[in-house]
Write a protein that binds this ligand. Structure first.
Ligand code: AMP
Length: 300
């Protein structure tokens, strides 16, 4: 595995792979890797990437004031070992001033799916995401890029960015990888105390109740599904609900009709940790849990 720190280094490594006729797959991450991240590498290979580039960059512009940028978990040495074991070709791990040199002043604003829910609660978050992701696309020049369904609203924002700006990259979305009790894997799960960890799967259970209702009651409306999801958390202590919604998978607004591709999305706080999760529930994407390796669960 080649470790590149600068734009020139990563471009040179990618050019060498291209000269060998490899298709280039990009997997952007903020590091502190877990099986969810690593599954994206496998997804890139399955989608035809002969050369997989993983970026590790804790992007300051997507954190708001008072969020966890400084304390976000980091362990590049361990990450590099995991990537090497997974057969990654290129690790791109730039310092902040490589991505944001002095004088940097451009921001990418994707209106629409970046406005509600996470966008409303984390002002500027999706601008920071869209800006860094577009930079990574331009730096690496990948044929395909893989993102996790875990961050469903981020996926909608990136898809729109690519469509609106004709970015020549294919976006692949990989299913959420879960712990055996349903908790979606996340680098931030490292913040949970053992007691909080035992409460955290309640968010997924709530979404799962909504998924069941959609499957069992054809014609049910979004409000009823949302009530059913919220009901499951009513008498749960230790988890503070932010939202549980049924949204259109493209716009992230209330669906115009329940025949659209839908996503059940939720956010909650457990201790000082903010958890987000979702279950796709459209006709094409009905969540179908299947068992993956070593105690983890993937869903499509
Ligand atoms: P992050 O390091 O949190 O920015 O995540 C990097 C990429 O990994 C994003 O595309 C995430 O959606 C994806 N990801 C994070 N957690 C999971 C998970 N549990 N399953 C699948 N993908 C994930």
């Amino acid at each position: 595995m080649i470790t590149a720190r600068s734009v020139e280094e990563v471009r040179a490594a990618v050019a060498t792979a291209r000269a060998r006729q490899c298709r280039i797959g990009l997997v952007p991450t903020m590091g502190f890797l877990h099986e969810g991240h690593l599954s994206l590498i496998d997804h890139a290979r399955d989608a035809g990437a002969g050369c997989v580039v993983v970026s590790i960059f804790v992007n300051p512009t997507q954190f708001g004031p008072g969020e966890d940028f400084e304390t976000y978990p980091r362990d590049e040495r361990r990450d590099a070992r995991l990537l090497e074991e997974r057969g990654v070709d290129i690790l791109f791990a730039p310092a902040p001033d490589v991505i944001y040199p002095p004088g940097f002043s451009t921001r990418v604003v994707v209106s629409g799916p970046s406005a509600p829910l996470e966008g409303a609660r984390r002002p500027g978050h999706f601008e920071g995401v869209a800006t860094v992701v577009l930079k990574l696309f331009n730096i690496v020049g990948a044929d395909l890029a893989v993102f996790g369904q875990k961050d469903a609203q981020q996926c909608a924002v990136i898809r729109k960015l690519v469509r609106d700006l004709d970015v020549p990259v294919r976006i692949e979305i990989a299913p959420t990888v879960r712990e055996s009790d349903g908790l979606a894997m996340s680098s931030r799960n490292a913040y949970l105390t053992p007691q909080e960890r035992s409460i955290a799967p309640a968010l997924h259970e709530a979404l799962h109740a909504g998924e069941r209702m959609l499957a069992e009651e054809p014609g049910v409306d979004a409000e009823r599904v949302e009530q059913a999801m919220a009901q499951t958390l009513l008498n749960r202590s230790g988890i503070e609900l932010d939202y549980l919604r049924v949204v259109d998978a493209e716009t992230f607004e209330r669906p115009a009709s329940m025949d659209r591709d839908l996503i059940l999305v939720g956010a909650a706080r457990v201790g000082r940790t903010r958890l987000i999760d979702n279950i796709p529930a459209g006709k094409e994407t009905l969540a179908r849990p299947v068992t993956a390796n070593a105690g983890t669960t993937r869903e499509k």
